[in-house]
Design a protein. Structure first.
Length: 74
């Protein structure tokens, strides 16, 4: 699998090419909200993907990206 399709709570549909992901950080901020930051191969942080887990849809998107990346790395 090279591509992952997800939807965020703002009804944005994203197609992510897993081969172009250079770095992913999944953490909790100081308020305890889960977030994901993904940088791509070009290294341009203006084109990075950021998802904040402020609701169930975004939390599920973060967990799905994490699951697929873990599977992709096996």
């Amino acid at each position: 699998m090279s591509f992952l399709g997800i939807e965020t709570s703002d009804d944005e549909s994203l197609g992510i090419n897993l081969r172009l992901i250079n770095r992913v950080t999944i953490e909790q901020d100081e308020m305890g909200v889960m977030f994901l930051f993904a940088a791509f191969a070009d290294g341009d942080t203006n084109n990075a993907l950021t998802i904040r887990g402020t609701d169930d849809v975004n939390k599920e998107a973060i967990l799905e990206i994490e699951r697929v990346l873990n599977q992709h790395c096996e």
